[in-house]
Write a protein of this length. Structure first.
Length: 483
């Protein structure tokens, strides 16, 4: 039963625009895409679970209104059939569409529809701070304010806001998936025809994807999702409601599963490479899973945390108390152009789902037997084995990493000595050393092009991304003194 009562279009005007919209940044007018915002209104249950992770309602039919953003081809005939549903990340108490940020050139080039849904009431204050009038109707009110909440939740790693109930999300998401698959007049993409629906999330949102796979997908009479894609996350399960703590750190019991009856791909950076979180690849009929790990990468990068947003958005975020910047003192912001690997994973997932061609197996990052997370901020990272340059061994190795022009680290150090394991750094090689290594910029260009050919053949990069990826890689070499 679908409990959505209204799916309301919220127009974009000169004075009222969606929070963190993509239309201008991604040149929608040029590429033939449109961006619309909707408010989804309905009722949702709040759930608890037994020891076997079977869920049951503890409160039924709480009213809500949440936000949905949809980006799609303006020309229906150019639709690929793929609909990407992203659980927007809420770690900074704003809606973050990181899977879109990492892959939008491919998604739009391919003719996919992107749908983003807010994942937690924590974003309500920032939305209303951004535009009080536009987002006045958004409502994640806690229907059980009298419920006793463990101290572990109140003092946990995620900000506790008792006025909002995160447990409303599960029915919000499941009902949205049902709506997108239906011929209901409320369905905003019904004119596009048959769809394949993929659930995705970044970082904290991967724990939501895991929760759907483990606890909710089997409860539905029909398959709601054709495939799953986690980025920059772990195997942990998100809490079902405000009364459960987040347990996503290293060493915590991990009770999720790495796989599903439908194809499931997880792409991680060095920052999330924690060894025990990802046990390996599986090709069982009811248990399909791939893990790709990208060398020379970090959870946040110069592109996906800073460059993508641009000056206007960065100032807007600052007005909300969000400061996207690199604060490391012992290097430059990590500029490894690893985002196209995320695009290659989308293509691999689509082929697996629609054509039955399993995604390629990728080499894993090589790790030492122990690591020390005590000083880490945010993401806890493993001690990766390194080569003579100090760069990690193993994993998917893009040309920037195979032929480095800098020492690449998945962490950086703050002024007070603390380690940030979520935003990496680079320490460029000297011009003299680059000349010794590669001889000339022309020879360097030949080397990285050959390496790109290899990765395209293996399925870890796409030919369409060659110009942008190698252009950045070669430009870094030039700026660092290679002639």
């Amino acid at each position: 039963m679908n409990k959505i009562t209204e799916f309301k279009f919220i127009p974009t005007t000169e004075t009222s625009t969606p929070f963190a919209g993509a239309a201008d940044k991604c040149r929608f007018d040029e590429i033939g895409y449109i961006e619309d915002e909707y408010f989804q209104t309905g009722t949702a249950n709040v759930y608890d679970e037994d020891a076997e992770h079977n869920v049951f309602p503890i409160y039924e039919n709480a009213p809500y209104t949440t936000r949905v953003i949809i980006r799609r081809p303006a020309d229906v005939s150019k639709f690929s059939g793929n609909v990407v549903l992203e659980i927007l990340n809420s770690s900074a108490n704003i809606d973050i569409d990181r899977m879109w940020v990492n892959s939008w050139p491919y998604l739009t080039r391919n003719g996919d529809i992107f749908v983003g849904i807010s994942s937690k009431g924590h974003v309500v204050d920032s939305l209303k701070g951004f535009d009080p009038k536009r987002y006045e109707a958004i409502n994640w009110d806690n229907p059980m304010p009298e419920r006793e909440v463990p101290e572990e939740v109140k003092t946990g790693r995620m900000r506790y806001l008792p006025q909002y109930e995160l447990g409303l999300f599960w029915d919000m998401l499941l009902d949205l998936a049902k709506l997108l698959r239906s011929d209901s007049e409320m369905n905003p993409i019904r004119e596009y025809g048959k769809i394949w629906l993929y659930l995705t999330g970044w970082s904290q949102s991967t724990s939501y994807v895991n929760r759907i796979v483990r606890c909710f997908a089997k409860r539905e009479n029909a398959c709601l999702f054709d495939g799953y894609y986690n980025g920059g996350g772990s195997a942990g399960l998100a809490p079902l409601s405000n009364s459960q703590p987040f347990r996503l750190g290293a060493g915590e019991p991990q009770s999720s599963i790495n796989g599903a009856p439908q194809p499931f791909i997880a792409v991680n950076t060095e920052s999330e490479n924690r060894g025990s979180y990802w046990y390996g690849d599986f090709d069982e009929p009811d248990f399909k899973f791939r893990t790709w790990q990208i060398a020379g990468s970090s959870h946040d990068s110069k592109y996906n945390l800073v460059d993508y947003y641009g000056e206007k958005d960065l100032k807007m975020l600052e007005s909300l108390g969000i400061y996207n910047a690199f604060y490391g003192v012992d290097g430059e912001a990590l500029d490894s152009p690893y985002e196209p690997v995320f695009s290659a994973a989308w293509k691999a997932l689509y082929l697996w789902v629609r054509n039955g061609i399993p995604a390629p197996h990728a080499p894993k990052i090589e790790v030492s037997t122990s690591f020390t997370p005590s000083q880490a901020i945010g993401i806890v990272y493993a001690d990766n084995r390194t080569d003579a340059f100090g760069n990690c061994l193993g994993g998917i190795r893009i040309p920037y990493v195979v032929y480095p022009t800098a020492r690449i680290s998945s962490s950086c150090t703050y002024k007070d000595g603390r380690i940030n394991g979520a935003f990496g750094k680079v320490n460029p090689f000297s011009a003299e050393f680059l000349q010794e290594l590669y001889g000339s910029l022309e020879h360097y260009s030949e080397l990285v092009n050959q390496e790109y050919n290899r990765l395209v053949a293996q399925g870890f990069l796409l030919e369409e991304d060659r110009e942008a990826n190698l252009g950045h890689t070669i430009e870094c070499a030039r700026k660092r003194g290679l002639k």
